[in-house]
Design a protein around this ligand. Sequence first.
Ligand code: HEC
Ligand code: HEC
Length: 338
Amino acid sequence: MAEDTSDRDMSKMNRNRTGQGALMFVAAGLLGLSACKGTQDTPVEADTYSSLVSERGEISFPADFPDGFRFIGSWAVAGEGGVADIHSVYARPSDVDAFRQAGRFPDGAVLIKEVSASRGAKHTTGEAFWPTDTKTWFMMVKDAKGRFGDNPLWGDGWGWAQFDPADTTRQIATDYKTDCQSCHIPAQDNDWIYTYAYPALGPRGQVNLPEGAKTAAMTPDAAGHEASAATDGKGDPAAGKLAFETTCVACHSTVAGKGGVGPSLAGVAGRKAGTGPGYAYSPEMTNSGVTWTPENLAKHLEKPKEFIPGNRMGNLFPNGVRDSRHRMDIVAYLGTLK
Ligand code: HEC
Ligand code: HEC
């Protein structure tokens, strides 16, 4: 597998996986904020709220990050060649302590996520990946009082921001509802934060784990199914169900007519795109002229942004399912949903 991570493949992977970053290019340049010189460990006072937030709700990246912050946990996002992106999450020690006691973040709490590209190679531990360039920064500031009702970066109890990796004084999110919110819906009951991934938050963070959360030992790879779909040309619906439950259920139900962030996928196989009941599709999806044959389903899952340009899944799930075997397994499973 290490051989897959050649320079050519890495740049291809990066191009395909700039999903979260892609929003950034659209928005870049609209909002340039000056760096806030206040330090993040200044106590939050009722009248000043946060040294990182202006009176109008503009959010600044802490000028002295990572000073004053603590690493609380990380994510490895799987890709074809192994790990595509590494996400590292940070909070201030005082906010971590408060969460450990109360099970929620206090007013003014700051969370920062760094998205890094990665490289991998065989190591004495196995195939190990490490973070390389920063692709983008995300930041959230807890607002328990709904202070900035008319500012589109604020809502649902948080201020939401994204920063240019080349210049963290440039805040580049424009509206949290389009830039952030739908992707965080699975964590809505967790105050929008995926707390279970952050060991530093202690047992109170271990709530609302995703259904079907698995350990590496349970993945089809580890179970030794390596060759199934890729070689016989047919997916394995049972493996596909498992993959569906970890990857798709956040947005798709399998109950006919039950829409969520995305449409129900009951009966999707053989149907015309954008015609299922109970869901308001984008015109791009409805007018695509695509019929969901197994081939087209696989293409849509491989490149959700490109196969039907402009469809909403492209922005919400930009990386798609990179692994061809997982794709075929999922397509086989979709074929069983009547
Ligand atoms: C493509 C979907 C997607 C988009 C768009 C997105 N997020 Fe997230 N975000 C996630 C997921 C999933 C996680 C946790 C898993 C991970 O990082 O892979 C996360 C984690 C985070 C974290 C770490 C704390 C936590 O919630 O677990 C912060 C902070 C964050 N996001 C802020 C933002 C902000 C601010 C925006 C908009 C400017 C945004 N995100 C847009 C999906 C998204
Ligand atoms: C973060 C949310 C999200 C995730 C995750 C997601 N999708 Fe989607 N999906 C959507 C949205 C939104 C649409 C509707 C797009 C539109 O109308 O433009 C959609 C549309 C579709 C469609 C077209 C359905 C139809 O009736 O025409 C298929 C097929 C599909 N998704 C399959 C999947 C599969 C399989 C997975 C998991 C591998 C997945 N999606 C993961 C949000 C998501």
